[in-house]
Design a protein around this ligand. Structure first.
Ligand code: NAD
Length: 497
């Protein structure tokens, strides 16, 4: 009998959909269909592939309400957080529509011997790309990384989180409605096991999720020697120094720590504040946090929605409780809101957190942020870097040159100055992590080139051609000797040795 996943809205506990689990035979069948469809797709010119992505871009804007409803239904998140997903997918599409063709174009490169040899770099699609994605941004993360993969000439198989498959299925259906061959993008729903089976068949795996799962994915990809990228967790620091505009920094922190109920890989979880401004800043933050509205609504009047599940809410509450048991103070929030639903947690600000507490060094992935006093910028940088993670950071320091100087010293894949989550919509620069936060980058030229293999084509005989004839080879050899006499000692054509 076919196994199915029941999808529930964590805010209301209502069943909002059911999907079939893809077993080994469905995966094999999808792989075969996708491989067949990929060949003619790859032969198309970029512009022909782009036409479909452009229609998809327009379609998601006209169908925005259906998309927002679907995202909200399976995550319980606030509508504004669902909108953030849509905006980022549209922005990613626009970016690669404008820049993808140029990035993928063959490039002339410096040859071994100028004038008589040439070197060209071309980018070839991997073939079949597998994307394994998490639940926190189910529409965005299932489709935004698929768009450059498709534009580069690949077929994609998407394994969304078992908690949130509906947004991925809708996104894929909208691609088909935009004119994509249905075999070029296939959603394979199921638990982690479905993801690990998928890795056995694809030519490239793009994984977004937790660090411990990322390790397993890397091992499986390593066994097959296929390329992969890992977009993993974070414990993202924010640094607030004298000279920073405190109102703006406090507002930035609210977005950075509590958007999407804190379930954002680049969310701020640690804030290092210089001693003289600590009290003002902390009062400012606490005052604003107390005004945030928590709840479930499909209108725009809620700031913070549900967390993804009761289990995850309990993990987050566990971090708070353990911290409090070890001496941390709750400046704001700190409680479950079971009156609103099974997985609501108040936006929480902690102080007096130390290294003995999980909340200090493990990814909490919920609406919890800790404030720390630091003596000066040096201590702030040292503490910010004292982490196994290295995804994103945020700096508020008044003068821009000073802030950028601090930013350069932070060990993270990205740093936002006077902002927190800005990297996600900065499509022209790479986004990804160092340390335990990942390997590889999305966005920018990295974000499309990762779906290709670079092939170098070097040619001898660029001068006059005819290099098949021995006579011509001799002529070329003579010309080369004349041109590069000083380098003669090491310039040798093998047939003259
Ligand atoms: P997760 O690692 O539990 O699951 C991610 C995906 O991997 C799911 O689809 C899951 O079914 C699948 N999976 C599980 N075991 C697998 C295996 N052995 N082989 C292959 N696939 C397997 O992560 P999650 O709880 O869904 O998401 C939360 C995590 O994702 C957080 O740590 C967060 O920081 C991270 N995340 C990172 C980014 C980023 O861009 N760096 C973005 C979003 C989320």
């Amino acid at each position: 009998m076919e196994e199915r996943i029941e999808v529930r809205n964590p805010a209301t506990a209502q069943v909002v959909g059911q999907v079939a689990i893809a077993g080994p035979s469905e995966i094999r069948d999808a792989v075969q269909r996708a491989r067949q469809a990929q060949k003619p797709w790859n032969r198309l010119r970029f512009r022909e592939r782009a036409r479909i992505v452009r229609r998809f871009h327009d379609l998601i804007l006209t169908r925005r309400n259906q998309i927002l409803d679907t995202i909200q239904a399976e995550t319980g998140k606030a509508r504004r957080d669902a909108l953030a997903e849509l905006i980022t997918v549209a922005g990613t599409a626009r970016y690669y529509l404008s820049h993808g063709e140029q990035t993928l174009q063959p490039k002339r490169r410096r040859p071994a011997l100028p004038a008589i040899t040439s070197a060209e770099l071309i980018y070839k699609a991997h073939g079949l790309v597998g994307l394994i994605t998490p639940w926190n941004y189910p529409f965005l993360l299932s489709i935004a990384d698929a768009l450059p993969a498709l534009l580069a000439g690949n077929a994609v198989l998407i394994k969304p989180s078992e908690l949130t498959p509906l947004s991925a299925i809708l996104a894929r259906d909208l691609l088909i409605e935009s004119g994509l061959d249905p075999h070029l993008a296939i959603v394979l729903s199921g638990p982690g096991e479905t993801g690990s089976q998928l890795i056995q068949h694809v030519d490239y795996v793009g994984f977004t999720g937790g660090t411990s799962t990322g390790r397993k994915v890397a091992v499986a990809a390593g066994e097959r020697l296929i390329p992969y990228s890992l977009e993993l967790g974070g414990k993202n620091p924010m640094v607030v120094l004298k000279g920073a505009r405190l109102d703006e920094a406090a507002m930035g922190l609210l977005a950075g720590a509590f958007a999407n109920s804190g379930q954002t890989c680049i969310a701020v979880e640690r804030v290092y504040v210089e001693e003289p401004i600590y009290e003002d800043f902390s009062r400012n933050v606490v005052d604003r946090v107390s005004k945030l509205k928590l709840g479930w609504s499909t209108s725009w009047d809620v700031d913070i929605g549900s967390m993804i599940s009761r289990e995850h809410a309990n993990k987050v509450l566990g971090h708070i409780q353990q911290a409090v048991d070890h001496g941390a103070r709750v400046l704001s929030g700190g409680r479950a809101r079971t009156d609103l639903g099974a997985a609501f947690v108040e936006p929480t600000v902690l102080s007096h957190v130390d290294g003995s507490m999980s909340v200090a060094h493990e990814e909490t992935f919920g609406p919890v942020v800790s404030l720390y006093r630091v003596r000066d910028s040096e201590e702030a940088i040292a503490k910010a870097n004292d982490s196994r993670f290295g995804l994103n950071a945020s700096v508020w320091a008044g003068k821009e040159t000073y802030a950028r100087e601090i930013a350069r010293q932070l060990e993270t894949g990205s740093v936002a100055v006077n902002s927190t989550l800005l990297i996600y919509n900065s499509f022209d620069v790479p986004m990804g992590g160092v340390k335990l936060s990942g390997i590889g980058r999305r966005h920018g030229e990295h974000g499309i080139l990762r779906y290709t293999q670079a092939q170098s084509i070097v040619r001898s005989g660029a001068l006059g051609g005819g290099y098949d004839s021995v006579l011509m080879r001799i002529k070329i050899e003579r010309k080369a000797r004349a041109l590069v006499a000083p380098l003669r000692a090491w310039i040798r054509f093998p047939w003259f040795k």
